[in-house]
Design a protein around this ligand. Structure first.
Ligand code: SF4
Length: 247
């Protein structure tokens, strides 16, 4: 399944981009995605001893506040960068083997995949953290809800919590901007929500909005190809349109 949990925020608004016949453009790296990749590598290094880029540029970009915060969150069971696969039909989920960054090589075609930045399993619930660099963290909520479902099912518990952690270059450098505790009933609701969204993909039409900014299909989408119509100035009492700077 080419739509992954990271696109859940778009999927919650528009199903058209998920159609098999709608082409996606190349993913170009942006300031935010590059920074995000570095933050994830750093978190993985602190939490699990993974490979990390130690060039001065990387070191400069990381803040001591982030390292300290990660240190506090770490427990003996904490894991960074955990890929999951969810069977949409049954609601069962499993952990996938880690391969290249965010590539789900071990997933079946019908599985919906996603990666949690940081996961801590406890005996009766699982806790996940997500890092965001930038302001639009609200689009991460649908992703975190889907990841809670995946993590709870994969670790065999009936409760999950998520926290969205915004990283910034200015104070506050690290800030928990959203969190939620999701019980078993809510987990079932999330499963139903995902099933509904995917069931509506075939034959869907574009639903434009601010979410288009993050859409991988925006270059091919008929809605984003429309010319932008600017409001015209009203004519005066002589029927003439006044143009600024002229009589
Ligand atoms: S650009 Fe907007 S309307 Fe078009 S497919 Fe993407 S999210 Fe939907």
């Amino acid at each position: 399944m080419r739509v992954t949990a990271s696109r859940s925020g778009i999927l919650s608004e528009c199903r058209y981009f998920a159609r098999d016949d709608v082409p996606w453009g190349e993913r170009g790296d942006t300031l935010y995605s590059t920074r995000g990749t570095m933050e994830h590598a750093f978190a993985e290094h602190i939490l699990g001893g993974g490979e990390v880029d130690t060039t001065p540029r990387f070191r400069q970009a990381m803040r001591k506040e982030v390292a300290d915060w990660l240190d506090i969150q770490r427990t003996s069971t904490t894991i960074a960068e955990v890929p999951f696969a969810l069977n949409l039909e049954t609601g069962a989920a499993r952990r996938l083997p880690k391969t290249l960054h965010r590539e789900y090589m071990g997933a079946l075609p019908e599985e919906f995949c996603g990666t949690a930045d940081v996961v801590t399993p406890f005996p009766d619930y699982v806790e996940i953290f997500d890092f965001v660099y930038g302001w639009r963290w609200d689009y991460k909520v649908a992703q975190q809800r889907a990841l809670c479902l995946m993590a709870a099912r994969a670790f065999g518990v009936t409760r999950a919590t998520y926290s969205i952690v915004r990283l910034s270059d200015s104070d506050p450098f690290i800030d928990v901007v959203a969190n939620a505790d999701i019980d078993d009933i809510e987990l079932h609701m999330i499963h139903g929500e995902l099933q509904g969204w995917f069931a509506a993909v075939r034959g869907s039409r574009p639903v434009p909005g601010q979410h288009c900014l993050y859409c991988p299909a925006k270059l091919a989408c008929p809605e984003t190809q429309q010319p932008v119509l600017f409001p015209q100035p009203a004519p005066n009492h002589k029927g003439l349109v006044m143009v600024e700077g002229r009589r």
